[in-house]
Design a protein around this ligand. Structure first.
Ligand code: NAG
Length: 303
């Protein structure tokens, strides 16, 4: 039944995708790509483990007993965990001198309906002026991600503030995989609005599209103070969903892992170069969900 539902969604998506290809406004732009050195790739490894450890039980990470992901980052200090529906964990990394906020993702089968439902709503972030004060009304994001973000927003803010004073830092690294990456991207917009002194960095894995063109442009416009990197793997279909024909766009900052496992940095938004996800995975049916969990430089997401 679930498969049939997904099949129907996929076919609807595919039909609309075909129609979109015919629309000149959505013709895809191939932009520059550049290689990522092995030392740059390796610099993401601790972050990848933090994203993966987001799937572990908070009790296990608090006790420093979450298996490979905990062993990989032996010096981190678990600080707190919380979440309402979505588990959020807070750590302090003395090497990176940053607070780490890792937001738990979900099974591909659970996120797919959110991305392929025919009634996906794009909603203005400014409709919640308490969470997103001063944003332009034209900045829209996926209603499901906005709701999930709102459930943990104030908890995250107070935990970040507490951890900043505890460790005398103003750096925060937001990470997550899949749904967690999407929620974390909204936090990268949210946290600087409330803690202007925070130095926020975002690294997401298997990120679906979160918002509209104005959202992507807002993220790009703040990238010099809030750098955004989103890493996607081989034929993972999640990062090409929801479709651009539904009004969704990625911000810049993509790194795409090739079938050869080489990492390539893709300039611009939704770069259609065949070495980037939009050019590599022509439609959701050409994707392979197995690639969603990794490997990201040898690391599979999950605990
Ligand atoms: C999907 O990816 C996995 C892992 O790379 C691979 O083993 C499998 O053969 C792929 N499936 C298809 C249908 O290509």
């Amino acid at each position: 039944m679930a498969l049939l539902r997904f099949g129907l969604h996929a076919i609807t998506t595919l039909l609309a995708f075909g129609a979109a290809l015919a629309a000149p406004g959505l013709l895809m732009k191939r932009q520059a790509v550049s290689s990522v050195s092995q030392s740059q790739i390796d610099s993401y490894t601790p972050i990848t483990h933090y994203a993966s450890a987001g799937y572990c039980q908070p009790s296990a990470t608090l006790a420093w007993n979450c298996g490979a992901n905990c062993q990989a980052n032996p010096s981190f200090h678990p600080v707190a965990s919380g979440g309402d529906g979505v588990v959020v964990q807070f750590w302090y990394d003395p090497n990176l001198k940053t607070v780490v906020v890792s937001i738990q993702g979900t099974q591909p089968s659970a996120i797919l309906p959110l991305l392929t439902d025919s009634d996906i709503q794009l909603t203005s972030l400014a409709l919640d002026p308490i969470l997103f004060p001063g944003l332009d009304l034209s900045i829209l994001a996926h209603q499901g991600f906005i709701s999930a973000h709102a459930m943990s927003a104030t908890d995250i803010l107070s935990a970040v503030q507490t951890t900043f004073s505890q460790f005398s830092t103003s750096r925060v690294l937001l990470t997550g995989h899949s749904l967690g990456a999407a929620i974390a991207l909204l936090h990268s917009v949210y946290i600087p609005l409330h803690i202007p002194s925070a130095q926020v960095t975002y690294v997401g894995y298997g990120l679906p599209r979160v918002g509209n063109q104005d959202f992507a442009d807002y993220v790009d416009a703040h990238a010099s103070v809030t750098p955004v990197t989103h890493i996607n793997n081989q034929e993972d279909p999640i990062p090409i969903l929801p479709g651009r024909f539904l009004g969704f766009h990625h911000p810049s900052g993509e790194i795409h892992i090739q079938d050869s496992l080489a990492w390539v940095a893709c300039a611009g938004q939704d770069n259609a170069n065949t070495e980037c996800i939009v050019g590599d995975v022509s439609n959701p049916l050409a994707g392979n969900l197995t690639d969603h969990d990794g490997p990201y430089n040898g690391i599979e997401m999950g605990c």
